[in-house]
Design a binder for this molecule. Structure first.
Ligand code: PGA
Length: 243
């Protein structure tokens, strides 16, 4: 079964809408990733879908105004954590910070959804340039997996390939190209990090019309959906395409 993840970003506006939306897409294989303020209420609604967080901090507790820890999220029943989304990288989150978050997320027992993806300036130079860019991100963000002292059993790593030029633009990647990139990411995970069975999602302007193009590729294990996950009817069609 493919993984269908809904990244609500800073939406919807009210708790009432969040609860209604969650109730309409509570299906197996779905991960709902609401803003922090709705996590608890959405968690109460979900019976089949799982809960994810859009971000978290790398310390467990202490004087970190405005931050939320993995430990706190765990207590709410959150199983997945998105780390390194391009919208956070744009706000200044560095590979160093992302790498620290990855360590704590794994140690806290989360399934990590690490986001990677190139800018248009890179992609327009060709596929090779995009591959090199993504590999560099993986090497920097997953540095800890090369450390022999870091031993996590059954480590569950999910990489979301989200080309930045495709996010929120209505200009999705070609499914064939995205599948090739997913295959490449899996090769890097296996060869450089000895991570076998790592999953790869595609994200960037996925909607009900184009979802099956991605979800039918064997290299692509699911989709990370932003805008279209806020429209219940449309998101249900994406879920159906993953079955
Ligand atoms: P989008 O966002 O589906 O609105 O392009 C995807 C994402 O940022 O995860």
């Amino acid at each position: 079964m493919k993984l269908i993840a809904a990244n609500w970003k800073m939406n919807p506006a009210s708790l009432k809408e969040a609860v209604r939306l969650a109730g309409s897409c509570d299906e197996k294989g779905v991960v709902i990733i609401p803003p922090f303020v709705f996590l608890s209420a959405v968690g109460d609604v979900l019976k089949k879908a799982e809960l994810g967080a859009q971000n978290a901090f790398f310390e467990d507790d202490g004087a970190w105004t405005g931050e939320i820890s993995f430990r706190q999220l765990k207590g709410l029943g959150v199983r997945y954590a998105v780390i390194g989304h391009s919208e956070r990288r744009k706000l200044g989150e560095s590979d160093g910070v992302i790498a620290e978050k990855v360590v704590v997320a794994f140690k806290s027992g989360f399934r990590v959804i690490l986001c990677v993806g190139e800018h248009w300036e890179t992609r327009k130079k060709g596929k090779r340039a995009a591959y090199n860019f993504v590999k560099k991100q993986l090497v920097a963000d997953l540095a800890v997996l090369k450390d022999r002292r870091f031993k996590i059993k059954n480590l569950d790593l999910i990489v979301a390939y989200e080309p930045i030029w495709a996010i929120g633009t209505g200009r999705n990647d070609d499914p064939e190209d995205a599948a090739e990139m997913a295959g490449f990411i899996k090769e890097v995970l296996a060869a450089d990090f000895a991570v076998l069975g790592g999953r790869v999602l595609y994200g960037g302007s996925v909607n009900a019309r184009n979802a099956s193009g991605f979800l039918t590729r064997p290299e692509i294990d699911g989709v990370l959906v932003g805008g279209a996950s806020l429209r219940a009817g449309e998101f249900k069609r994406i879920i159906a395409a993953g079955k």
